[in-house]
Design a protein around this ligand. Sequence first.
Ligand SMILES: Nc1ncnc2c1ncn2[C@@H]1O[C@H](COP(=O)(O)OP(=O)(O)OP(=O)(O)O)[C@@H](O)[C@H]1O
Length: 241
Amino acid sequence: MSSTTTSSPILAVEGLHAHYGKSHVLQGVDLHVNDGELVTLLGRNGAGKTTTLKSICGVVPPTRGRVRFAGQELQGQATHAIAQRGVCLVPEHRGIFKLLTVEENLLLGQRKRSPWQLPDIYRIFPRLQERRRNGGGQLSGGEQQMLAIGRALMNAPRLLMLDEPVEGLAPVIVEEIVAQLQTIKAAGVAIVLVEQNLEVCTQLADRHYVIEQGAIVHEADNAAFLADDAIKDRYLGVGLG
Ligand SMILES: Nc1ncnc2c1ncn2[C@@H]1O[C@H](COP(=O)(O)OP(=O)(O)OP(=O)(O)O)[C@@H](O)[C@H]1O
């Protein structure tokens, strides 16, 4: 495995295990994210990507292992306490309240001390401002994703975890979301990205992890990952066109 300097990672996950009932899904996940870094978590369907994100933020409480964030242990803490520390998950199904307006959805995430307030969200996603009085249920898939990201930003994240944010979206919308993830990263927010679209992953990431059967099997920086077709083929069953 290649490795980068790890002066003080904002997130350090060590030996993380998680179960669904008797099903032992995470079998010792080790990964870290440095301050301001964007890392991806890649792997085939069912490998444990979503469960890793959910275990970090306490939605699926880990059964063993450590999650250390900004110097504090998160395992065993309630999800709202973890969110208050600045760990935000944007789930695959986005969690938009369909009967609330766009603006009401955004305000649900609001924290006064967040550097991201309504005007900031509308600046990076002008479509949300245009649609601010529309119901969440009236939005396109891309607009819902922007809303989910915007709401997470209102919560002052130091670590944003995104689960398949561009799945099923039109290429022009994917470009818009990629550009704004670059803006968010440039503002210093660390990001963990789970995404099947490898072009998006390699446009954005500093490093990549590959997970297989609930454990990390490969780590590479972006340049090494791009150069290594065998890894993409072996673990992901795809190549970059
Ligand atoms: N709520 C659940 N109850 C029981 N088993 C689950 C549950 N959620 C996921 N699993 C199982 O846990 C394993 C890991 O699932 P997970 O969703 O973490 O994988 P993933 O890598 O995110 O896959 P995908 O790309 O398909 O979303 C799979 O075998 C899945 O069937």
